[in-house]
Design a protein around this ligand. Structure first.
Ligand code: ADP
Length: 242
C-alpha cells in the first residue's frame, strides 16, 4: 500500500513546512505546486512567464495547466510508493482530477490544518523564503527575525550571500486576496473530502512539533495502523519495486 497524503488548509497554515518534514521522514517526495510554479518563475521558463502575473495577484493559475503538471509529477517512479501533496488540489476540478490520477493507487489521506484568518495574515506577513532555492525559513526552525545569515539548504545557498526575502505574494493585500479565494474556491472543495473515512482535521495553532506529531497520528489513524508502522509501509513498497 502506498502512502498518499494531501495537505489541505489556507495559506500560512504550515502545510509546506509539515509536508517537507513528513516527506523526508517517510522517504516519499513532497510535491508542492507553489514551489514548482515559483521555480518556473525564477528560471524564467515559458511556464514561469505564463503564471507570474497571476501568482503575484494571489489568484489561481488555470486548472488545466496545474492538473497537467501534477499528473506528470505523480506518474514519475519516485511517487509510486506515495507522495505528500502541498497546494493541490485547490478547486473542485483539481480534486476530481486527483481522484482519477490516484484511482488505482490505494487510499488518499487528506489532512486539513485549521488556523484562524488573523493568525494567517500575521504569519504570512512575517514569512521569509530563500530567494535562491525557495526554501521556507520555517522549515529550518527559524522565525523571520532570527534567521541565520545564509540559507543552509543547498551547497549553493551556503556559499553565496544572504538570500532571505519576502515572497512577492505575501504582502498584506495579496494575502487577504488569497484568503478570499481560499474561502470561496478551496474550502468548499474540502467539504468534498470531509465525508471520506480517510479525512482528518488538525489544529494548526499548536507548535510546529505538536502539529508534526498530530499529523503522523492522523495519517496512522486514517490507515488504521500504529504510527510506528508508517515507515515500514513505505520501506516495504520501495523494496518491492527494487
Ligand atoms: P500558499 O502559501 O497560498 O499556500 P502556494 O505556495 O501553495 O501558496 O501557492 C502560491 C501561488 O501559486 C498561489 O497563490 C497560486 O497563484 C499558485 N498555485 C499554487 N498551487 C495552485 C493550484 N493547485 N491551483 C492554482 N494555482 C496554484
Amino acid at each position: 500500500m502506498a502512502l498518499n497524503l494531501v495537505m489541505l488548509g489556507p495559506p500560512g497554515a504550515g502545510k509546506g513546512t509539515q509536508a517537507e518534514r513528513f516527506a523526508r521522514e517517510h522517504g516519499i517526495p513532497k510535491v508542492s505546486t507553489g514551489d514548482i510554479l515559483r521555480e518556473a518563475v525564477h528560471s524564467g521558463s515559458e511556464l514561469g512567464r505564463a503564471v507570474k502575473t497571476v501568482m503575484e495577484r494571489g489568484e489561481l493559475v488555470g486548472d488545466e495547466l496545474i492538473i497537467g503538471i501534477v499528473r506528470e509529477r505523480l506518474t514519475r517512479p519516485d511517487a509510486m510508493a506515495g507522495f505528500v501533496l502541498d497546494g493541490f488540489p485547490r478547486t473542485a476540478a483539481q480534486a476530481k482530477a486527483l481522484d482519477e490520477i490516484t484511482a488505482t493507487r490505494g487510499p488518499v489521506i487528506c489532512v486539513e490544518i485549521q488556523v484562524p484568518d488573523e493568525e494567517l495574515v500575521r504569519r504570512v506577513r512575517g514569512r521569509r523564503v530563500c530567494d535562491d532555492c525557495g526554501a521556507n525559513a520555517d522549515a529550518f526552525g527559524h522565525k523571520a527575525d532570527e534567521l541565520p545569515e545564509l540559507c543552509q539548504n543547498t551547497e549553493r545557498c551556503r556559499s553565496i550571500g544572504p538570500k532571505w526575502v519576502a515572497r512577492s505574494d505575501d504582502s498584506e493585500s495579496v494575502v487577504r486576496e488569497r484568503l478570499k479565494i481560499y474561502w470561496r474556491d478551496t474550502r468548499p472543495m474540502i467539504e468534498y473530502y470531509s465525508a471520506r473515512p480517510t479525512f482528518r482535521v488538525i489544529d494548526g495553532l499548536q507548535s510546529p512539533e505538536q502539529v508534526r506529531e498530530a499529523l503522523v497520528a492522523a495519517v496512522a489513524s486514517a490507515l488504521g495502523m500504529p504510527a510506528s508502522q508508517l515507515r515500514t509501509l513505505v520501506a516495504k513498497k520501495l523494496g518491492a519495486q527494487a
